[in-house]
Structure formats: structure tokens, C-alpha cells
Design a protein. Sequence first.
Length: 149
Amino acid sequence: MKIGIASDHAGFELKSYLIENLKKEGCEIIDYGPEIKKVVDYPDYAEKVAKSIQKKEIEYGILICGTGMGMDIVANKFKGIRAARCCSIYDAILARQHNDANIITFGGRLIGKELAFEIVKTFISTPFTKGRHLRRVNKIKRIENENFC
């Protein structure tokens, strides 16, 4: 499984922790930056991960900023992206089962490293349940197609 990850300065430490631990789990991780902890603009990094999912270069994305909200907003501007800010394991389960989310976002200033790691493991291992949820995801896609330039 290929997972892309990026952060801004506020999420850099969590990003580094997740990369290290996901690699131990056997995941292939692509780090979209930044390479060092420095002040950067989160939209630049959300764009890299979202475009990589669009191109099918990665299966899932992880984006981390101070609150997770900025990354979530930017990622969801891209066609085909369903980003979800998750604060609990249950959030991750529902994001995948009900919404077929392909990016998870975190607030690096708001969540503990160990919890974030458990949430990511749950997110990437939980399948989309389809059924009545497929109808809703298809409606999201229709709305997206009608409203994107």
C-alpha cells in the first residue's frame, strides 16, 4: 500500500513519527514534505498529496497542519478527493465505511502521536462498505462533476 504524507511546520513532528511507525508496519510511504521543520504554507503540501491521489500514484493521503482543518479544506477542493479530519478511531472507521475517504487530516497541535498512529492504521485498514453509502458517494461525485470548472 502506497501512502502519501505531508505537513506544514505545525505538523512536522507528527508527520515524522507517523512515517517512522508506518514504515515499521510495512507501508510504502512517500513524503511530500517539507524535509525540515520550517514555516511553510499548508496549501502547497495539501495540493501535492491530492494531485498524487488523482494521478493514482498513491492510494491514501495523510495531511497534518496545526488543526487539520486547513489541510482538510484545501484537499477537498480537488476533484475525487474525500478528505476527513479525524480525531478518533471511530471517526476513521466512519470516514472510510460511509464516505470512502481517501485522505485523513490531523491537527498536529491537537492530537497525541500514539493516538494518531492508531487512527491511521484503522483508516487504511477499514474498507468502504458500499451499499446505501455508495449511492451517497456517487451523489458527491455528481455534485463535484457539475460544480467543478
